[in-house]
Design a protein around this ligand. Structure first.
Ligand code: IDP
Ligand code: MG
Length: 145
């Protein structure tokens, strides 16, 4: 079974889309292995998005991700990474396929409502970024202590 990490970004939480997003995730056969409401501080936000440091949008991304609470969700499913990315849609909501989460709720390329891990390796890394290992003993990621 594959693991991936979904984040509902500050706009998604502020505009009360958490319930609908979680419902869609469950309808698509994902199992929730962890779920937390988190207010990211700057160091954690910068660490999470370290790969984008130096990009012109980095500062705006960090300000946005620290502007309000987010919901971090650890998910499990067959083909979880690719399936979730497909459900989320393209980075820019105006390019996102109809019916995807970003097409439905995203404001612009920055405030695009959700994050989904982009590889199996990053799925595991990102889940462990938000959840203590010992709380994920049922995950198939050798995360148990
Ligand atoms: P992804 O979230 O679809 O994987 P990435 O390229 O990894 O997209 O970018 C991470 C996040 O950074 C995006 O989801 C978005 O919030 C923000 N971002 C990406 N590109 C831009 C941009 O050109 N302008 C503003 N924000 C951006
Ligand atoms: Mg990405």
């Amino acid at each position: 079974m594959e693991t991936t990490c979904l984040l509902i970004k500050p706009d998604g939480v502020a505009e009360a889309h958490v319930g609908e997003i979680v419902a869609r995730i469950e309808e698509e056969g994902f199992t929730i292995r962890g779920i937390r409401l988190v207010r990211l501080g700057r160091p954690k936000a910068e660490a999470f998005y370290a790969i984008h440091r130096g990009r012109p949008f980095f500062e705006g991304l960090i300000e946005y991700m620290t502007s309000g609470p987010i919901v971090a969700i650890a998910l499990e499913r067959e083909d979880a990474v690719e399936h979730l990315r497909h459900m989320i849609g393209a980075t820019d909501p105006t390019d996102a396929e109809e019916g995807t989460i970003r097409a439905m709720f995203g404001k612009d390329i920055g405030a695009n409502t959700v994050h989904g891990s982009d590889s199996v390796e990053n799925g595991i890394r990102e889940v462990l970024f938000f959840f203590p290992k010992e709380e994920l003993v049922e995950l198939g990621v050798s995360a148990g202590g």
